[in-house]
Design a protein around this ligand. Structure first.
Ligand SMILES: Cc1cc2nc3c(=O)[nH]c(=O)nc-3n(C[C@H](O)[C@H](O)[C@H](O)COP(=O)(O)O)c2cc1C
Length: 205
């Protein structure tokens, strides 16, 4: 598929069929994730891949607030059918370590990444990798949705899968075959896409 077509076709898919996702497609998604750019080439990311039905079920059990699990809405019913969930994680300490190396420690910049950078690059980089995974899913003829893990459920997610303390889940990506019914459109169905002229400030504000 042409890049342009992949970009335009990519919309978040929130309802999946139960058809399995070929292992090669998941592997390609992950191979592309690690092609993402990263600050200082720190690559402070990790990917928890859940592609066995029991593991996916454990993911939803850990991350769904009990009240919502008791009465699943259409979003949850559609998303839970996705055969694959990838949790991208960011590790701040990778950036701290990388930027203490001789080629980065020059120049009198503060050594604390949080002081050195205007924004936390570990989240930026996990986002870059996440977008490559979303685009690769489309290129593989699949659909995907990046979604948030409720803050109140992150501890349960960590405990369930033994996530080390220094790794922070930035969200999750459901991957599978899109169902014909995409009635749950999320915010994208209620808001307009802001046009280029509105968001671009060419040459200044
Ligand atoms: C950081 C981030 C968090 C998101 N969280 C959710 C979420 O929790 N649930 C959901 O259904 N969609 C979520 N989305 C998807 C957005 O709603 C979607 O990208 C937006 O409405 C634009 O639609 P499109 O991606 O289909 O073009 C998230 C997207 C991003 C980038």
């Amino acid at each position: 598929m042409e890049l342009r077509e992949v970009v335009v076709r990519r919309r978040m898919v929130r309802s999946f069929t139960e058809d399995p996702v070929p292992r090669e497609a998941v592997d390609r998604v992950l191979e592309h994730a690690v092609r993402a750019p990263s600050a200082g080439f720190s690559q402070g990311w990790a990917f928890l891949v859940l592609d066995a039905p029991d593991d996916v079920a454990r993911f939803w059990a850990a991350t769904t607030p009990p009240s919502r699990a008791a009465a699943p809405d259409r979003w949850l019913l559609g998303m839970r059918r996705a055969p694959v969930v990838v949790v991208p994680l960011a590790r701040e300490s990778a950036y701290r370590e990388r930027y203490a190396e001789p080629d980065k420690a020059r120049g009198g910049e503060p050594q604390e990444p949080r002081e050195r950078w205007a924004v936390p690059y570990w989240y930026v980089d996990a986002g870059m990798a996440s977008l490559l995974m979303l685009l690769t899913a489309v290129d593989e003829g699949l659909g995907a949705c990046f979604f948030g893990v409720p803050a109140s459920r992150v501890a349960a997610l960590r405990a369930e899968f033994g996530v080390p303390d220094d790794h922070e889940p930035v969200g999750a990506i459901a991957i599978g075959h899109p169902a014909a019914d995409q009635a749950v459109r999320g915010s994208g169905g209620r808001r307009r896409r802001r046009p280029v002229e509105e968001v671009v400030h060419r040459g200044g504000w």
